[in-house]
Design a protein around this ligand. Sequence first.
Ligand code: HEM
Length: 413
Amino acid sequence: MSTLTTEVEDFAAAMRSDAFRRDPYPVYARMRAECPVYRAPQGLWYVTRHADVEQALGDPRLSNDRERMTDALVARDGRMRDLSRLTARLGRVMSNTDPPDHARLRGLVNKAFTARRVEGLRERIQAVVDRLVDAAVAALEPGGPPTDLLTAVASPLPHTVVCELFGVPEPDRERVKEWFRGLGRIHEDIDRAERVVDAFEAYLLDLVERRRAAPGDDLISALVTAQARGDRLTDHELLSTCFMLITAGDETTTNLIGNGLLALLHHPDQLALLRAEPALIRAAVDETVRYDSPTQAILRVTAADVTLGGRTIPAGDLVHLLLASAGRDPEHHEHPDRFDLTRPAHRHLGFGHGPHFCLGAPLARLETELAIGTLVRRLPDLRPAVDPGRLDWRPNPLQRRLTALPVTCTSDD
Ligand code: HEM
């Protein structure tokens, strides 16, 4: 038996439990207190305190490099070889590259994915939200059966928005969603996932060629125009970047909307406050990212020996940076387990930090602000249909996602 398991609780086992899936925060609290830089018996590392996670995110020796990461994953588990075949096909994109190459890959997208472009989407996003909320309101009869707000609003919204952003024509959107679902089951059926990547790639290539011939006001057109001027991305890099951007903001944004609605529904005082002061919606979005982060953890691989929180992690090891635990660290956030919209502006790590800080954060914030703001305004009698303890969560320790968020509307009488 490893000496570590005798020193401290086997947190890796705790992280596989049903209780953890429902509520990971008590386990994170014990990890921060007892062993903030924890090496699991299987050799994976977990970093849980805000200060250590922040330091790690800014340290270039904690690498995102695709080959280095793949080697470490395959060394632990041979079955990862299939997965690595797929990621190798995807090629180099900003999310799997270290500086200085990272800056080149991110630079072109930065030029096209500007704050102005995102803000310019406000009206179009509001129109999509209104359409989805209209349908949800129609389904939610006072005193009637519950409606799942994930299916009704949180799931279709980011997909529709990203399709609009990329100029994916309306009739193709369901097909693209189907490909997403295929990629989501990548571990179950690798051959099917490979066929999905083939089809998705061919589709994107066609879309890029069409925009090259006739540019529009979508993001792909902006990328090909920027590429033609600066020649900073190869065609394959451009295609991989589109693929990554289309997939990066889908589930994450769904989860932020879902987790935010859940937090508000289960903190009626904060919901009442938001209703009284709608301008607090921006604070509500970031408080959700801190309080119940959609991205619970991100993975790095050490390119050299690195000392964090007094422990030395050897080169070549895989390290989980627990962003969600950092969000509940009492050394950084006062009363961290309180969901509090009036919290003084605070720095959380839920969108990352340093060179890989989430490129889509302004878009995710805008979508969530409009979705939650509109639902709260349009449905003053919204109620959770089940207790939080009875809600079901997907078994993915890196992402925090409800399987459904059933709500009802109280009747007036
Ligand atoms: C990176 C979270 C939405 C695109 C990241 C990172 C986090 C994150 C934690 C850092 C990863 C790392 O350091 O390894 C989230 C959350 C979202 C969200 C919680 C929604 C609530 C989006 C959206 C897009 C997007 C809507 C785009 C449409 C990206 C990209 C990167 C990234 C391209 C990689 C940046 C780089 O490597 O330089 N995101 N994200 N994200 N995100 Fe997001």
